[in-house]
Design a protein around this ligand. Structure first.
Ligand code: GDP
Ligand code: ADP
Length: 213
């Protein structure tokens, strides 16, 4: 069964998991909990031209770049995707994602919708998860409570949020972030189910299957 050889190759590649959602829904909070509770999932650190917030660390939350440095990364084709969001640039370093997937580990990208749609063209087999707020008023409350953005910026982020939610149909799953723990549980369950699905399609039983044939 030659197809098993191909199958084994497919099976050993990691799964690309893309998480998007409106600003303030809790993507950072959920991903940070996933990083603590599911260390087998590798988090891709993005580059951005936005300034660091209090408590954010270079190389952990983002790689903070000037506009010139960011443009250089684009010109050198070092970005898997990039997008402009509320006046700043954000992008995914390509090499890290490709090498990590190739090594068989699952990778999480926490990126906005335009970038996610570009990634979907390159990795249609990825899992695309949209994190939803319980309501728009709760979303606004979270942005205000976080206290990192001006009233004007919160208005822009809420207006972008409405457009982003319209793109939900491009995602495989919507997960409501009502409680952080339960959102993380659901994301882990989705990834586990995808592993089971791929295992069913490409079972790692080539040794004894070869004997049967
Ligand atoms: N396309 C793209 N979007 C990103 C990337 N990194 C972060 N983002 C998104 O950029 C948006 C703004 O991020 P940020 O300034 O940290 O604000 P926050 O979402 O309110 O915490 C969010 O939707 C992020 O998911 C990236 O590498 N590529
Ligand atoms: N499930 C939740 N319930 C209540 N507050 C939350 C929840 N998830 C996140 N938050 C809070 O909402 C605010 C925005 O979360 P954050 O992770 O920064 O969102 P995002 O990365 O999507 O912009 C933060 O103050 C965070 O503590």
């Amino acid at each position: 069964m030659t197809s098993n050889k191909v199958a084994a190759g497919v099976r050993t590649k990691g799964i690309l998991v893309v998480i998007s959602g409106p600003s303030g829904v809790g993507k950072g909070t959920v991903c940070s909990m996933l990083r603590q509770t599911a260390p087998e999932l590798v988090y891709s650190v993005s580059a951005t031209t936005r300034s660091p917030r209090a408590g954010e660390t270079e190389g952990v939350n983002y790689f903070f770049k000037t506009r010139e440095q960011f443009q250089q990364l684009i010109d050198n084709e070092e970005m898997l995707e990039w997008a402009e969001y509320v006046g700043n640039f954000y992008g995914t370093p390509r090499k890290f994602v490709e090498e990590t997937l190739e090594s068989g580990k699952d990778v999480i990208l926490e990126i906005e919708v335009q970038g996610a749609l570009k990634v979907k063209q390159k990795f249609p087999e990825g899992i695309f998860i949209f994190l939803m707020p319980p309501s728009l008023s709760e979303l606004q409350k979270r942005l205000v409570t976080r206290g990192t953005d001006s009233e004007e910026l919160i208005k822009s982020r809420l207006s972008v949020a409405r457009d982003e939610i319209k793109l939900l149909e491009h995602y495989n799953y919507a997960v409501v972030n009502d409680r952080v723990e339960s959102a993380c549980d659901k994301i882990r369950a989705i990834i586990t189910a995808e592993h089971c699905r791929r295992e069913r399609l490409f079972p790692n039983i080539s040794d004894w299957i070869a004997e049967v044939n």
